[in-house]
Design a protein around this ligand. Structure first.
Ligand SMILES: C[S@@+](CC[C@H](N)C(=O)[O-])C[C@H]1O[C@@H](n2cnc3c(N)ncnc32)[C@H](O)[C@@H]1O
Ligand code: SF4
Length: 446
C-alpha cells in the first residue's frame, strides 16, 4: 500500500472542483430564451420555490490571490446603475414566467455584496423577496473591511440569518503578501455586532497554500479563529492559475509553499479544527454541532450547488447580475460577464444569457454520482451503461487497490483517506473531461 504522500504525488493533478456537472468549461448547447423559460416553468414547484443568487461584482481593493469574478473600484456611483440592472433583470423574469416566483432562499455573493450601501442592499432584498416562503433562508458574503453597522441592521431586519466572512489568514506577513489587511481585533468586533443582532450562523472563509504561509502562521490563524468561534469554516485550497488569472502574477512563486508543505498546512489546520470541536462535513468544510451543515450531514441531507454546500435546495437556482449561474434542473445558463454588455442586453429587454448547457441523460446520471460522492462520500452504481464504463471500472479498481475506496456489489464508498481524493474519483466518471482532456486549465485536485 502506498503512503499518503506517494498517493498525493500520484493523484495530484489539475481537475474541476465540481460545483456543477458538467463543469462550466464543458458546457455545450446553450438553451435559447424560450427553452430556458420552458425549463424553469417545468421545474417550478410553488411549495419549494426558487433559490435566488445575486452576484455583486464590485470590490474596493484587490486581493492578489483572488479567483472570483469582480471589478475593483472605489467609485460607489456604480451602485445605482447596478441596482437598476438587477431589478430590471428580475422584472424580465417575472414577465417571461408570467408570475412572481416564491422565494426559498436568497444568497448574495461576489465580489463584495457589502460594497453596496445599506440602503441599496435593503431595497434589493425587499424587491426580490416579495413572495418569501415560510422556510426562507437569507445569506450573504461579507468582507469585514467594508461591512458597517448599518449593513448588519439591514440584514437582521430582512431575515438574513447566515453570514460568511472573508478571512483567509490572520498572519500579518501573509496578509501583506496577499494584499489584504484585516486585524483580528476588527473581525472580533464585527463578530460581536453580528451576534448582538441575532444573526447566529457565521462562517469564516480561510485559505491554505497562500504565499508566506508556514506551519507556524497557520496554527496562529487557526488559534485566533477558534477564539472567535464561528459555527462554520470553509478551509479552501488556494487555486493558483496565474496563466489564467492575471492578478495572481502579483504573487511571487518563490513565496508559495511547496505541494508537500501545502498538504501539511491543510493537515495541521484540519487537526486543530477537529481538536476544537469542528467536524469535517464535506470537501473543505468544517462545522460545529448545532450548525446547519453539521445537522444536514448528520441527517444525510447535505446538498451542493454553485455556491458550495447547502442544507436545502429547490429545483431552481436563479442567478441575477453579471456572471451569475442558474440551474433549472434540466439545464444551466450563465449570465454575461462584462457589466456593460450585461447592462445593454437587459436594457434591450432580453435575458442576459451568455452561455449554457442542456443536460443529457448521461449528464444527469454522472451529476447524481458526483453529488453523492461530494456530499455523502459514497454512491450506488446502478447503471453500467454509464459512458466509458469499462475504463471507469478499471480506474475504480486502481483506486481500490490504493485504499482510496471500497467497491462492494454496486456500492462505492470512499475510505477516510480517500476523502482527500474525492475530486480524482469524480474525474473518473466525468466523460466530458475524458473526451476533451487537454483543452482546459483547472486547479490541482489536492
Ligand atoms: C467572493 S469572496 C468572499 C467575499 C468577499 N469578497 C471577501 O473576500 O471577503 C469568496 C471566497 O473565495 C475564496 N477565494 C477567492 N479566490 C480564491 C482562490 N484563488 N483560491 C481559493 N479560494 C479563493 C476566498 O476564501 C473568498 O472568501
Ligand atoms: S477575495 Fe473578495 S474582496 Fe478580495 S478581490 Fe476577491 S472578491 Fe474582492
Amino acid at each position: 500500500m502506498n503512503t499518503i504522500n506517494e498517493l498525493i504525488e500520484k493523484y495530484n493533478r489539475p481537475g474541476p472542483r465540481y460545483t456543477s456537472y458538467p463543469p462550466v468549461p464543458y458546457w455545450q448547447g446553450t438553451p435559447d430564451e424560450v427553452t430556458w423559460i420552458n425549463h424553469l416553468n417545468t421545474s417550478y414547484d410553488p411549495e419549494k420555490g426558487i433559490d435566488l443568487y445575486v452576484h455583486v461584482p464590485f470590490c474596493e481593493s484587490l486581493c492578489y490571490y483572488c479567483g472570483c469574478s469582480r471589478i475593483i473600484t472605489k467609485d460607489h456611483s456604480v451602485e445605482k446603475r447596478y441596482l437598476a440592472m438587477v431589478i430590471k433583470e428580475w422584472a424580465l423574469y417575472e414577465e417571461r414566467l408570467g408570475f412572481t416566483p416564491n422565494i426559498n432562499s436568497l444568497h448574495f455573493g461576489g465580489g463584495t455584496p457589502t460594497f453596496l450601501s445599506a440602503a441599496h442592499l435593503d431595497l434589493l432584498i425587499k424587491t426580490l423577496t416579495k413572495n418569501k416562503l415560510p422556510q426562507f433562508i437569507g445569506s450573504i458574503e461579507i468582507d469585514p473591511r467594508t461591512c458597517q453597522t448599518d449593513h448588519l441592521d439591514v440584514l437582521a431586519k430582512n431575515g438574513i440569518t447566515r453570514v460568511s466572512l472573508g478571512i483567509q489568514d490572520f498572519d500579518p506577513i501573509v496578509q501583506e503578501a496577499i494584499h489584504r489587511h484585516q486585524s483580528p481585533e476588527m473581525v472580533k468586533l464585527l463578530v460581536e455586532k453580528i451576534r448582538e443582532r441575532g444573526i447566529n450562523s457565521i462562517n469564516f472563509d480561510l485559505i491554505y497554500g497562500l504565499p508566506k504561509q508556514s506551519l507556524n502562521s497557520i496554527s496562529g490563524t487557526i488559534e485566533t479563529v477558534i477564539k472567535l468561534n464561528p459555527e462554520l469554516i470553509a478551509f479552501y485550497s488556494y487555486a493558483h492559475l496565474p496563466e489564467k488569472i492575471k492578478n495572481q502574477r502579483l504573487i511571487n512563486d518563490s513565496d508559495l509553499p511547496s505541494p508537500k508543505l501545502k498538504r501539511e498546512l491543510y493537515e495541521l489546520g484540519k487537526k486543530l479544527l477537529q481538536e476544537n470541536g469542528y467536524h469535517d462535513v464535506g470537501m473543505d468544510h468544517f462545522a460545529k454541532p448545532g450548525s446547519y451543515l453539521y445537522q444536514a450531514k448528520k441527517e444525510d441531507n447535505l446538498h451542493r450547488n454553485f455556491m458550495g454546500y447547502v442544507d436545502k435546495k429547490s429545483p431552481i437556482l436563479l442567478g441575477l447580475g453579471p456572471t451569475s449561474i442558474s440551474d433549472s434542473s434540466l439545464s444551466f445558463i450563465q449570465n454575461i460577464k462584462d457589466v456593460k454588455s450585461y447592462e445593454d442586453k437587459v436594457n434591450a429587454n432580453q435575458l442576459p444569457i451568455q452561455k449554457g448547457h442542456v443536460h443529457s441523460k448521461n449528464d444527469l446520471m454522472v451529476q447524481d454520482i458526483i453529488l453523492e460522492l461530494m456530499c455523502r462520500n459514497e454512491t450506488t452504481l446502478n447503471d453500467t451503461s454509464l459512458p466509458y464504463w469499462d475504463d471507469v471500472f478499471k480506474e475504480l479498481k486502481d483506486f481500490e487497490a490504493d485504499g482510496i475506496l471500497e467497491l462492494e456489489h454496486n456500492k462505492l464508498k470512499l475510505s477516510e483517506l480517500g476523502k482527500v481524493f474525492v475530486r480524482n474519483v469524480a474525474m473518473s466518471f466525468d466523460f466530458h473531461l475524458r473526451e476533451q482532456r487537454t483543452a482546459v486549465k483547472f486547479s490541482q485536485t489536492i
